[in-house]
Ligand binder design. Structure first.
Ligand SMILES: NC(=O)c1ccc[n+]([C@@H]2O[C@H](COP(=O)([O-])OP(=O)(O)OC[C@H]3O[C@@H](n4cnc5c(N)ncnc54)[C@H](OP(=O)(O)O)[C@@H]3O)[C@@H](O)[C@H]2O)c1
Length: 206
């Protein structure tokens, strides 16, 4: 796959490195000219490229990795997503000092993201753990579990398969309204460190 990133900070970079390690291509973008990402692209090596947010949004899989207060500006003007998958990694932190959560008026933050990205199949993932917990890119890394929530089963499967392909576990929590609430900032699963060793096989629950 070619994976587009809207945002190029630690969140995007960490996921991009895991994707590159298994042979995917990545296209990163930020709020500036793609040239500003040349040093990062050089550091990431073959398979990495920089582009505009609009170009990132055209890729097979798109990862949203901006601060919450930049989400609206980042998604504004990207047009209709025509069913492309948008992985929402954001946490609704409105300010850091003092720590304040963004007002989402009783909805979930990923439902707000979905409103801002018409036509996108939004899947919430990767938001619950600090990237420092998954910064081992070796084959012997700890297998962290990531929660996934979304309203489109096929899109969730694509994201879950990607999570497992890059060496982690994926746990489906249901819809953006239900699972998204559990895994978003302010919910019970934020910062939960679930790791399994290689011999553990997750049971399937029908
Ligand atoms: N870092 C973590 O450990 C972690 C873990 C889980 C979840 N998260 C969540 O993931 C998100 C990203 O975190 P981060 O630490 O990577 O943030 P960050 O270091 O602030 O990086 C944000 C990136 O977004 C870009 N950006 C800002 N406005 C944009 C726009 N309008 N269009 C395109 N790109 C834009 C920034 O580019 P410029 O440099 O040009 O401004 C920057 O590259 C946050 O919502 C955070 O809560 C982070």
């Amino acid at each position: 796959m070619k994976i587009g990133f809207i945002g190029a900070g630690p969140g995007a970079q960490t996921i991009a490195k895991h994707a590159l390690a298994v042979g995917h291509q990545v296209l990163l973008s930020n709020s500036r000219e793609p040239e500003s990402l040349a040093p990062l692209v050089a550091e990431l090596g073959p398979g990495a490229a920089a582009g505009t947010a609009k170009e990132a949004a055209q890729q097979d899989l798109v990862v949203l990795a901006t601060k919450w207060w930049n989400v609206q500006a980042a998604l504004f003007s990207l047009g209709d997503w025509r069913g492309r998958i948008l992985v929402d990694t954001t946490n609704r932190i409105a300010s850091v000092d003092p720590m304040k959560l963004g007002d989402i008026s009783g909805r979930t933050s990923s439902e707000i993201v979905a409103d801002l990205a018409p036509g996108a199949r939004v899947v919430k993932a990767f938001n619950t753990v600090p990237m420092s917990w998954i910064s081992d890119f070796s084959a012997s890394k700890r297998k962290t579990a990531f929660f996934v929530s979304g309203d489109d089963e096929d899109a969730k499967k694509v994201v879950s398969d990607f999570i497992e392909e890059i060496g982690f576990y994926s746990l489906d929590l249901g819809s953006l309204a239900v699972g998204g609430r559990l895994q978003q900032t302010g919910g019970p699963l934020i910062g939960v460190d679930l790791t399994f060793n290689d011999r553990f096989v997750l049971p399937t629950i029908d």
